[in-house]
Design a protein around this ligand. Structure first.
Ligand SMILES: [Zn+2]
Length: 202
């Protein structure tokens, strides 16, 4: 997907309809800065308002995602290509998210280890030892919560028994016993409780 092309296309369609950025923004109940960001290719319209935007511009979502009007005869072919491209973009994005999870976890785990080492070996009063360990654990909590959120959203979990790939709820991921990213959960497809591997592809 070419964001710059999509932006130019949005601007062209808006002008065809005789609207200014501010008028389009007002109709959709968003800021004109948001419209300007789409049109300069800095941002993509959120999927939640894409349909409404297409309605205002008199185009289809397929047109929008391709940055041009698609003729009816090759509509299906291009729609399929667009879906594949979006799937590809999701896979790339998920890979990046999982990498981010590792990058944000390292400093937090290191701080925890260092504080625990100091608590274990330094000649310090007992209460300082306890405070150090408490700080180590508490600073780890937000990192764990964010990491779990990333792990839940990015990619899929694959059932070892039936091979079904699915996205569990946050609570399921939170309470599941795990080795690394492999988690023990109940598969909604075959109903078996078993370990699920993290995979990127659907
Ligand atoms: Zn299963």
């Amino acid at each position: 997907m070419d964001q710059i092309q999509i932006g130019k296309f949005i601007a062209a369609c808006r002008k065809e309809k005789g609207m200014t950025q501010a008028q389009l923004a007002e109709k959709m109940g968003i800021s004109d800065r948001a419209v300007s960001k789409w049109e300069t290719g800095k941002n993509m319209p959120d999927s939640s308002i894409m349909l409404e935007l297409c309605d205002e511009l008199g185009i289809t979502v397929n047109d929008l995602l391709n940055g041009r009007r698609i003729a009816m005869e090759n509509y299906k072919e291009i729609a399929e290509k667009t879906i594949l491209e979006m799937q590809n973009a999701k896979e790339q994005n998920d890979k990046l998210l999982l990498l981010t999870e590792i990058v944000i976890s390292i400093p937090s785990v290191l701080i925890m280890l260092i504080l625990c080492m100091v608590a274990a070996y330094a000649q310090i009063p007992e209460w300082v030892r306890i405070v150090l360990i408490a700080v180590g654990v508490i600073q780890l909590i937000p990192c764990v919560l964010v990491s779990l959120g990333i792990e839940q959203r990015a990619g899929y979990y694959m059932c070892k028994k039936c091979g079904h790939r699915w996205v569990p709820a946050y609570a399921q991921v939170f309470f599941a016993p795990h080795f690394g990213r492999t988690r023990k959960m109940t598969c909604p497809y075959c109903g078996k409780r078993c370990y699920h591997k993290k995979v990127i592809k659907k």
